[in-house]
Ligand binder design. Structure first.
Ligand code: NAD
Length: 399
């Protein structure tokens, strides 16, 4: 049995035979996991022969966990993830009613996975709605702990809403309709700064050109505007010579340029001038919208990988939902989970594996091999099954 990853002085120590927990997920989760794990093992073999390997440890969440234990997200699962530092998961059903908001949100909050990281790039031949998809290659760092995710809301007419409205209209002197529903948007210096710090560190270590702070600070001055200010502070105070600022007249070669864009403009610019953006750091709600819009621009959510990260612990996940209607049919696109795995290998320092997976997937698309979600948008292309797509990626691997 493989050993756990350890964290020493903030760095991951990864054994050659490593144990990594996985959550299969609900709906199409088992279909895409079965395909993905074959791709992962083949890529590790292609990169390192028998020198390195992964022992996959099944842990439970979602429907399968509920049926086995009566819990949607058992404590043992949370413990296994934090013990092993890194884990990978398929999509989970959000139980309707039953007092649990979302398993994904709970996982992020409990393990304090404060950064949601979503790389978005185009693979040649993948159908998409824009003329120059190749110009988009961004990594979105979205704050995961607060803003609307904090979930502080009161229904219209409730005592909670009434109490807040009394405070607003009384002591604080605002005008608010007494029957309003209320939502509260807390954003802290601590959470904003640690997210932005992670984004800048990533940009430096991955030779990215810029970090853009996306915010709606022109309207929400003390939350989104503060996010922008805190971002510039982190960059100035902690990264010194490694960064420059867009508006300063400095030689930028080799340094990460820090800039900011108002959220609505960011959406436009990603469509009209995509090559000017690289790493993007954003509060939660902006990032929620932007990451799905960016994924759609290059071929949709079926392809978009993601990770939720703390300083060390990281859970890599398919970004789409359970696509229930395709469950068990071997037709869903495993691309999102496979690319999330590639991100995971890059994160644990096995970047050769990530490179092999991405190159093989690129070649597979170039051969016109794709699952039905993409094939049906590509005239003349016949869809392959989930498992056949994985077979094609494996046969296209080169060490
Ligand atoms: P969904 O992503 O399951 O489906 C949206 C559309 O995309 C559907 O047409 C679906 O068939 C298609 N699709 C999604 N993934 C695909 C894939 N891999 N291959 C081919 N087509 C794919 O979103 P939904 O219907 O809004 O949500 C279904 C369930 O998933 C809900 O319970 C929701 O809460 C949950 N969900 C989970 C996650 C997660 O675990 N990270 C994310 C989003 C939604």
């Amino acid at each position: 049995m493989g050993d756990r990853i350890r964290v020493e002085d903030g760095n991951l120590v990864v054994p050659d035979r490593v144990a990594i927990p996985f959550i299969e997920g609900d709906g199409t989760g088992p279909d895409i996991w079965r395909a993905s794990v074959r791709v992962f093992d083949a890529a590790v073999r292609a990169a390192y022969g028998s020198k390195r390997s992964v022992d996959w440890i099944k842990i439970l969440a979602g429907k399968e966990a509920y049926e086995a234990t009566g819990e949607w997200l058992p404590d043992a699962t949370l413990q296994a993830i934090s013990d092993h530092v890194v884990a990978i998961k398929g999509p989970l059903t959000t139980p309707v009613g039953g007092g649990i908001r979302s398993l994904n949100v709970t996982l992020r909050q409990v393990l304090e996975l404060y950064a949601c990281v979503r790389p978005v790039r185009w693979f040649p031949n993948v159908p998409c709605p824009v003329v120059h998809p190749e110009q988009l290659n961004v990594v979105i760092f979205r704050e995961n702990m607060e803003d609307v995710y904090a979930g502080i809301e009161f229904p219209a007419g409730s005592q909670g809403a009434k109490d807040v409205i009394d405070l607003l209209t009384g002591k604080l002197g605002y005008k608010v309709d007494p029957l309003s529903a209320i939502g509260i948007k807390p954003m802290s210096e601590f959470n904003s700064k640690r997210l932005i710090r992670k984004a800048i560190k990533y940009a430096i270590s991955h030779n990215r050109k810029s970090v853009t702070l996306m915010h709606k600070g022109n309207i929400m001055k003390f939350t989104e505007g503060a996010f922008r200010e805190w971002g510039y502070q982190v960059a100035k105070e902690e990264f010194g010579d490694a960064v420059v600022f867009e508006n300063e007249d400095k030689e930028a070669s080799g340094k990460v340029v820090i800039k900011d864009r108002i959220a609505d403009n960011m959406f436009q610019q990603l469509l009209t001038r995509p090559s000017e953006y690289d790493v993007i750091a954003t509060p939660n709600l902006n990032g929620d919208y932007l990451s799905d819009a960016a994924a759609a621009q290059v071929g949709g959510l079926g392809m978009a990988p993601g990770a939720n990260m703390s300083d060390a612990v990281a859970v890599f996940e398919a970004t789409h939902g359970t696509a229930e209607k395709y469950a068990g049919l071997d037709v869903a696109n495993p691309g999102s989970l496979i690319l999330s795995g590639a991100m995971m290998f890059d994160y644990i320092g096995w970047s050769e594996v990530a490179d092999i997976i991405e190159a093989a997937m690129e070649k597979t698309f170039q051969q016109g091999i794709m699952t039905q979600d993409l094939a049906r948008q590509s005239p003349g292309v016949k869809a392959v099954k989930t498992s056949e797509f994985a077979d094609a990626i494996i046969s296209n691997m080169e060490p």
